[in-house]
Ligand binder design. Structure first.
Ligand SMILES: [Zn+2]
Length: 884
């Protein structure tokens, strides 16, 4: 038998933070990188070192060692130090797909700028693989992928090399790290090690590589320092003549060699969340709910509001600093790094992650305020009207839903007019505000003068048609309040309704009826609380658990106005204080849940909001939403640019422990925005704003959303769904009191019940409307606190601008926008997708002559498009729209 070739890949897996802090890892990075560069420079027999596919380490290292820039670049250029394609290796199932793409774009660009971005979509440790990664990697020009985690052994076909395929059929040559990233970490030619550890691993790898004699042996570990003795070790191993030939390599050289002379025909499709050999931690998606919710809010501001607003502003000659946007994104990537966004960290680390997201949120709000103000003042000039409300459509589709806005007026009554026509608005809330005092400097000293009080009004109104990315101004007329808003008023009704739904409270039970479909769901919502004996990584149910349930509600208030009806309800779950009380069967602590249900005029959604203050510990609270779909066999949840079909009962669950699975393969999954069930009579969807984890309970015809988990430990040995060692640090228990979630929390989601023929596009459209792709701004001087920068004087454009403008529209409602941002040379960059199965044709309108270029993900020019554009089913497209 010819010798098998073992490609030993020296590498470091670099967790940015975890049970240790980012400060620890930054200091460690300087030490490691100094030493690593010296080792590589001194020893030409050490061919290369893989630094976890990260580009952020370049920024972090050079911030402290700028003098080593040329040395670092030389090693990267020579492919001796391998960085990229990630900025940070983010956990792909918990963030917006657009954030995932941006992370890769920044990573490949920065590493490429330094000479070379690793040609490997490298996924050594993230907890499950996003279905679209093969498409994104290939679109970035990456040829190969190397991954651990997510594969069931029966998905393989005798080879660890295979093609991994995305929903758009893009494929990437992939290698599965069956033994993880560390089987060669302690590589040695000592006879004991060779016989007892290395050769059995290599023999197993040989058996699992039937089509190639080339084996991949990653030799690294978490935060490891380079082992300068590897060349000598490899030489010594080759002298042992053990039936294997060893060479030091990179993932690139291994994949190039293995795939050069062999075709591996096997294909594995889609999302990878198998948990047989490596853990996925399927229930950490509900750990530290506050962090999950905060990332949703921050991404929503950046992607659905700030960037499109910046694109619109750019077309009006107003710029937003590009470098500041880079800084915001990089801060988001630091929060999204693997382990980080899972929140499976020590408390100080989770604190930092949340603060990074909050800091970006504040910057985004500041920038939004700045852009709205700079865009609005030129309109006041043109109209000769200072009191204006401006609505910005931040989507490329018509804004066709009621718009909410906040106004500050002297008069409690005002009329809203567009183009002379008054608008029928609903007054949601109005409060008289104390004007406070202002300081006046006089010759006699400072004087305090009272400022007149004013009114803060929250309104909802149907906007006049707006076709796409643009704005529209409304005059706020306080002098002639001929048509003031109609307020929402309390009623004694025990139901609310719109043209689609009626929600009724009857004898404490909640029901939902769809009026047109003639469908009725009784006991719509049930809160279910269980003990959680796990850790931050994994939920662990108790041995004999009777979940505590509550499906009764009492009415707090019903309010109705022309555009909205709201019903507020209260429920009480009586829970044990903690684990000891739960095990003793002592339930005496009330948890009050306030639920607000809202139906808007003509909107096909039931908006649900919960608020609670949790004081209990070690438990998991879910809300089970009853659906009309009987015993659903599968669910459909969105991930990127398509919906993924998932079985509601996992075929891997029976016998999982006996089969040696490292984690129970529970059918608990993530959603990006929405999960749906389909039945013969309807489609039922639940869309969320920051709740990421769901499980279908087929025997109860329900979708369970995990609202939050309360756990006080980072790592624990041997939990019921996760046998064996603790994940993370094994010789110290890390307490995480912050993860007990003893705090006030709010939860937002919406329900969609529709015709069974509703296609993906209908669901995505409902998601878009629920997420809200618009902004409103009142030009006023009474309140200087609600918008972040309102108190300060800024330079305003001195040119006038028209009362309405439209800069970018797509004329097919089955095509959706993933992002829209300003590019160079006055171009707008947009990414569009078609979530359906059939091709869709569309035109782009930008209000003038234009050139449209197709780009790759790195925003490099591919070709110029003319005429109507056709986008295949389950496909996306990046375009630059340039004024001619
Ligand atoms: Zn890791």
């Amino acid at each position: 038998m010819a010798n098998k070739e073992v490609y030993v890949v020296p590498h470091s897996h670099w967790d940015a933070e975890w049970y240790f802090t980012c400060e620890d890892s930054h200091i460690l990075l300087i030490e490691n990188m100094d030493y690593l560069m010296t080792v590589l420079e001194r020893d030409p027999t050490f061919p290369s070192y893989t630094f976890d596919g990260l580009a952020c380490v370049i920024d972090e290292y050079l911030a402290i060692r700028p003098e080593n820039r040329a040395r670092l670049a030389a090693l990267i250029r020579a492919r001796r130090l391998l960085v990229g394609p990630w900025y940070t290796q983010c956990d792909s199932l918990l963030i917006r797909t657009e954030s995932l793409i941006r992370n890769l774009v920044y990573g490949t660009n920065i590493a490429g700028h330094f000479g070379h971005s690793m040609n490997i979509g490298y996924l050594p440790d993230i907890f499950g693989q996003h279905a679209w990664l093969p498409a994104f990697f290939t679109d970035l020009g990456i040829t190969y992928c190397v991954l651990q985690r997510g594969i069931y052994t029966d998905q393989l076909n005798g080879d660890l090399n295979f093609y991994w395929r995305a929903p758009n059929k893009a494929m990437i040559a992939t290698n599965y790290l069956y033994f993880g990233y560390g089987p060669g970490k302690f590589l040695s030619a000592q006879p004991d090690y060779l016989e007892q550890r290395l050769l059995p691993i290599l023999d197993r790898l040989s058996a699992m590589n039937q089509r190639t004699d080339k084996l991949l042996l990653p030799a690294g570990g978490d935060q490891v320092l380079v082992n300068a003795g590897f060349p000598a070790t490899v030489a010594a191993l080759n002298r042992c003549r053990a039936g294997y030939t060893f060479r030091l390599a990179s993932y690139e050289t291994y994949m190039e060699a293995a795939w050069a002379d062999t075709d591996f025909p096997h294909i594995i499709d889609g999302e990878l969340v198998g948990c047989q050999k490596s853990r996925i931690h399927r229930t950490c998606h509900s750990t530290r709910y506050d962090i999950k919710q905060q990332t949703w809010k921050t991404e929503h501001l950046l992607l659905d509001q700030l960037e499109p607003l910046a694109a619109l502003a750019a077309r009006q000659g107003i710029t937003c600093p590009a470098r500041l946007m880079d800084t915001l994104w990089k801060t988001v990537f630091l929060a999204h790094a693997h382990n980080g966004i899972e929140a499976t960290n020590a408390d100080p680390v989770n604190h930092d992650i949340k603060q990074r997201l909050i800091s970006v949120e504040r910057s985004a709000l500041s920038l939004i305020n700045l852009l709205k103000k700079k865009l609005s003042h030129p309109i006041t000039r043109q109209l000769g009207q200072a009191n204006l409300l401006v609505v910005f459509n931040t989507d490329v589709h018509p804004l066709d839903q009621p718009v909410s806005a906040v106004l500050f007026t002297r008069n409690p009554h005002f009329t809203l007019r567009h183009d002379g026509t008054s608008v029928d608005y609903t007054l949601l809330r109005q409060a008289a505000m104390d004007g406070g005092k202002k300081v006046v400097v006089t010759a006699q000293g400072e004087k305090l003068e009272p400022v007149e009080h004013y009114y803060r009004s929250e309104i909802l109104f149907p906007p006049f048609p707006m076709q796409g990315l643009g704005y529209q101004a409304y005059v706020v007329d306080e002098e002639n309040p001929a048509q003031p808003g109609r307020p929402v008023a309390p009623t004694s009704a025990t139901y609310i309704e719109n043209c689609h739904y009626r929600v009724t409270l009857e004898a404490g039970r909640l029901s939902l009826e769809h009026l047109r479909l003639n469908q009725r769901i009784d006991d719509l919502l049930t809160f279910v609380d269980e003990g959680d004996d796990g850790d931050e990584f994994d939920f662990s149910p108790l041995e004999s658990e009777h979940p505590l349930r509550c499906n009764t509600f009492s009415l707090v208030a019903t309010e109705t106005g022309p555009l909205v009806s709201i019903m507020t309800l209260s429920s009480v779950l009586t829970l044990p204080q903690g684990m000891a009380e739960r095990q003793a069967g002592r339930q005496d602590q009330p948890l009050t849940l306030l639920t607000r249900l809202e139906l808007r005029h003509q909107e096909p959604l039931v908006r649900v909001h919960h608020e609670l203050h949790n004081t209990m510990t070690e438990h998991r609270l879910r809300v089970q939403i009853k659906t009309p779909v009987e015993r659903p066999a599968c669910s459909y949840a969105d991930q990127g640019y398509s919906m993924l079909r998932r079985d509601t009962v996992s075929r891997y669950v029976p016998g999982w422990r006996e089969a040696g699975f490292v984690e129970k393969p529970m059918p608990i999954h993530t959603l990006e925005n929405v999960v749906c069930l389909r039945g013969p009579h309807c489609v039922f969807g639940v869309m969320t704003k920051g709740i990421k984890e769901y499980e279908v309970v087929p025997e109860e015809n329900s979708i369970a959303l995990t609202l939050f988990r309360s756990v006080g430990l980072l790592g624990k040995d041997d939990t019921r769904w996760r046998p064996g060692r603790a994940s993370g640090i094994n010789n110290k228990v890390v307490h995480t009191p912050d993860a007990l979630m003893q705090q006030t929390m709010t939860f937002d989601y919406a329900l969609l019940l529709d015709d069974p023929r509703t296609e993906e596009a209908g669901v995505y459209r409902a998601v878009n409307n629920y997420r809200e792709h618009y902004l409103a701004y009142h030009v006023q001087s009474l309140n200087t606190f609600e918008e972040r920068l309102e108190r300060f004087t800024i330079p305003l454009p001195d040119h006038p601008a028209p009362a309405a403008a439209m800069h970018l529209a797509v004329d097919n409602p089955r095509i959706f926008m993933s992002m829209c941002k300003p590019g160079t040379d006055n171009a707008l960059i947009i990414r569009l997708f078609n979530p359906g199965d059939t091709p869709e044709t569309f035109n782009i309108h930008s209000g003038g002559e234009q050139l449209i270029h197709r780009l790759n993900l790195r925003e490099a020019y591919q070709e110029t498009l003319t005429g109507a554009i056709t986008l295949a089913g389950k496909q996306y497209l990046t375009l630059a729209v340039c004024p001619r």
